[in-house]
Design a protein around this ligand. Structure first.
Ligand code: NAP
Length: 487
């Protein structure tokens, strides 16, 4: 990738806070460094907000709320539609920007832009379909009218792994519903969110509807907002540990909450599965986003009758996934996000190997600058290996065998997480029976990818509550009001 192209993309992005439709520095003038995970080099400095800046952002959101709620749904939808168009037209530059701050290969960044833009298109269509109800009182006198109204100002907190899509998945329904927002992106990947704010302004979003606060101190900066009675909703995507803390804090104001938290997805391959299809699904479910996805397959349970074939083929496919900087067109797996994540993945693999797992490919971090870990397959993974319990968030596939369906389901459900599970089988009966028994909010049936803006995305158990996308997504941003009508 020519340096001039990189320079052009980086310099085109705003670096300041976006509050009330105005770009401005942090009140105390501090900045936050953004690193390229492929080199460890600082590629940009953005404004580093404190609690005062966050309060200003909430003030702007509160001020903009009444007029925004009164804006016709069609107009709100048209803004989203234009934003969809702009995002799509600018895929190449925005994909490069995302790769520079997050690391994934540019082709994957481009796919994320497509996915992210689809949330705007979907919610442009949903904005004009906010339904209510009208019915006769069962007693025969009077009528029952049900309205859906915007919740009000929202705090949206997003992670670094899908810097663009995690933003549009919240902004899209909030805009469609008529809510104003303060968005706080992850400190590792603020640039995509700043670019998004600029693009939405160009699409016609009025000042104050979306405010963006980038910060190196998420806790101190957002705590006053959670304690402020003017804030009406928190939508959080991130780790379960942080989600639990924020849910406890949000309880004081009885905030509406949506929580999209961590996963520990089981990937089940039954004896009657099309093994080649299962391997292709496994490559997607494991190596998409370098394994840094809440939906990433974390544990592979394979029937003993096909375990050898599945593992051999998986190793061959993993061997054919070049690791390198995301800006290099030949790379299929980019770096992990930072040194901490590289250490965590290394520790989890070392722990499994020390406890008896055998490593068939990969298994050690690659040297040099940047945070690279190669695709790794482990077999004979013992039940007490930490990586069967903890989210790996890296390109590591631990394989465990099972003998019968009940055993597979028991092992799959033996976790506090419940976001997604995958299963491969050619039996319709088994597919439905097992899908119904799996304790997850989503199931990938003979496919390794479930994310779809038209479907309700979300988890159960410690993976959170609430749904993003689908017809359900907008309801997270709407309150139900019932009018008892006496005629
Ligand atoms: P994280 O550490 O929980 O951070 C997520 C967001 O929360 C970041 O913006 C972070 O800001 C912020 N944050 C951290 N501590 C905070 C606090 N005390 N108060 C307010 N905000 C705080 O998670 P991550 O490492 O970025 O993301 C990976 C996790 O997200 C994984 O567990 C993954 O499974 C989950 N995830 C879930 C979904 C889903 O839909 N279920 C989707 C994607 C990712 P800073 O960056 O400044 O710390």
């Amino acid at each position: 990738m020519p340096d001039a192209t990189i320079e052009k993309v980086l310099t085109s992005v705003p670096r300041q806070l976006f509050i009330g439709g105005v770009w401005r520095p942090a009140t105390d003038g501090r900045t936050l460094a953004v690193e390229d995970p492929a080199t460890g080099a600082v590629i940009a400095e953005v404004a580093d907000a404190n609690a005062d800046d966050a309060r200003d952002a909430l003030d702007a959101a509160v001020a903009a709320q009444p007029a925004w709620a009164a804006t016709p749904p069609r107009d709100r939808g048209e803004i989203l539609r234009r934003a969809y168009q702009l995002l799509t037209e600018r895929t190449t530059d925005l994909a490069l920007l995302m790769t520079l701050e997050m690391g994934k290969p540019v082709a994957e960044s481009a796919a994320e832009i497509t996915y992210a833009a689809e949330f705007f298109r979907w919610f442009a269509e949903e904005a004009v379909r906010i339904e209510g109800g009208f019915s006769m009182n069962p007693a025969g006198k009077g009528r029952l009218v049900v309205l859906r109204q915007p919740v009000g100002p929202c705090l949206l907190i997003t992670p670094w792994n899908f810097p663009m899509a995690m933003g549009t998945r919240k902004i899209g329904p909030a805009v469609a519903a008529g809510c104003t927002m303060v968005l706080k992106p992850a400190h590792q990947t603020p640039l995509s969110s700043l670019a998004l704010a600029e693009l939405l302004t160009e699409a016609g979003l009025p000042p104050g509807v979306l405010n963006v606060v980038t910060t190196s101190d998420a806790g101190e900066t957002t705590a006053p907002l959670l304690a402020d009675p003017r804030l009406r909703k928190l939508s959080f995507t991130g780790s379960t540990a942080v989600g639990q803390r924020l849910a406890a804090m949000a309880a004081d104001q009885l905030l509406r909450i949506s929580m999209e938290l961590g996963g520990n997805a089981p990937f089940l391959v039954f004896g009657d599965a099309d093994v080649e299809a299962a391997v292709s699904g496994a490559v997607i479910a494991k190596l998409r986003n370098g394994g840094e996805a809440c939906t990433a397959a974390n544990r592979f349970y394979v029937h003993t009758s096909v375990a050898q074939e599945f593992t051999d083929r998986l190793v061959a496919r993993f061997a054919d996934m070049p690791v390198g900087p995301g800006t290099d067109a030949t790379s299929k797996v980019g770096p992990l996000i930072d040194r901490r994540q590289l250490q965590k993945v290394s520790e989890l693999v070392d722990d499994a190997v020390e406890k008896g797992a055998r490593c068939l490919i990969g298994g050690r971090p690659l040297g040099g600058p940047g945070y690279f870990y190669p695709p790794t397959v482990l077999v004979d993974t013992p039940p007490d290996a930490r990586l069967l319990r903890e989210e790996i968030f890296g390109p590591v596939a631990p394989v465990v065998t099972f003998e019968d369906d009940a055993d597979a389901v028991d092992q799959a459900n033996d976790t506090e997480f419940g976001l997604v599970s995958y299963l491969f089988t050619s039996s319709l009966d088994r597919a439905l029976r097992v899908s119904e028994a799996l304790e997850t909010g989503m199931v990938g049936l003979n496919q390794g990818l479930v994310s779809n803006p038209a479907a309700p995305f979300g988890g159960v158990k410690h993976s959170g509550y609430g749904r993003e996308g689908g017809h359900e997504g907008i309801n997270e941003y709407l309150e139900v009001k019932y009018l008892a009508v006496n005629l």
